[in-house]
Design a protein around this ligand. Sequence first.
Ligand code: NAD
Length: 442
Amino acid sequence: MRVSVIGAGYLGAVHAAAMASIGHDVVAVDIDAARIARLQAGETPFHEPGFEPLLRTGLNSGRLRFTTDLSEVATARVHFIAVGTPQVAGGNAADLSYVDAAVTDLLPHLGAGALVVGKSTVPVGTAARLAELVEGAGRGAGLAWNPEFLREGYAVADTLKPDRLVYGVRDAPGAAVSAAVAEQLLDEVYAPIVASGTPKVVTDTATAELVKVAANAFLATKISFINAMSEIAEVTGADVTTLADAIGYDERIGRRFLNAGVGFGGGCLPKDIRAFTARAEELGRGESVAFLKEVDAINLRRRDRVVELVLDSLGQRRYTGRVAVLGVTFKPDSDDIRDSPALDVVVRLRGLGVDVVVTDPRGLDNARAMHPQLTYVATAEEALADVDVAVLVTEWRDYRELDPVAMARLAGAAPTIIDGRNVLQPAAWRAAGWTYRGLGRP
Ligand code: NAD
């Protein structure tokens, strides 16, 4: 099938390459000419494991191309909308200007029977509004919403082997593309995924939009729940990791997403729970998700706690001691620094006058572009040279597997390691001469 993808970011570029790998003829469009040039040359504009070979195979097959010219999508039957929906400046709501512009600009290029398929995460009600725009354009095209659940770091696998497919389709009277036809088109697009028995939920657009934000709200709540327990553990001498293991054995609770630490960040969870809160307030149901404000507050307090631990560990050496932060991306296996807890910690420490260096396997270019004032070094070894306090904030495998004995030789006298993700072995680090401090661990 001829397919277009509008917006070639973390979601769109991977989606486009994945659709080409299924066998579709894909054109991906973005307004960022530099990004398009790199993608068309087979270079990945961001770090995502497994994406580069998928991209190159797609380009070499002739089934994948990237352009800034929206008119090239005209022959596509299905148009995926994958542009950003960031937080508005100065508010909590989602900025829908990119989605609105993408759909409006697409209208003159829609053929009869074409289906616009939203993948971006949007506030409930957006699809119905955009559907009226698409149906009202008189081109015989329709709209569906098909939210995306991929995780950065696993984007390729999550796109080609998702946990589930959610189709939000419309059965509006007189709609040019009926719900049944929309479902058929999406089944054709995802043919091998559907054939492999992936659960499929076919519903209305409002439910589909809500599924996505509800999933993120639940995950954020689970993380903040264990981080709230971490705060209690800190004042009682309890160990939150043991607590998580113990409650996690209960199948109704489960152990995943119960890792206490510096909390969540990235381009999705924080802005999605804020946008959900804002949308619920608009709908007169603010109280229903008011707890998400607490989830957000708990999450942000963990960053304060890490900064507090660094200052406490420095003590008298606040302006003379050397601090190294390991990790700058919001999670390992990504170069994404959007709303990164690690970057936030570094920026705050620098703002407090602390001598801090930061390193990361993949995120330094992005971090440097956004915060050129910070001090960056290429490796953990350089960062840890003569260090007084080291802080692990992003749990890259390289950092989880650091040898505490070798690192102690590089560090200054009596160094402290702050384990912002509770992923290190306290006993091994203590035995090597470090003072170990975790979050919610004695
Ligand atoms: P991103 O910022 O990486 O990519 C968005 C891209 O859209 C950019 O390259 C931008 O230049 C382009 N764009 C903006 N306006 C455009 C227009 N009018 N025409 C063409 N291109 C345009 O964002 P992302 O992380 O890929 O997220 C995209 C959407 O997917 C968001 O709604 C996000 O919440 C959702 N989502 C993201 C992820 C993820 O892990 N990144 C997962 C699930 C859902």
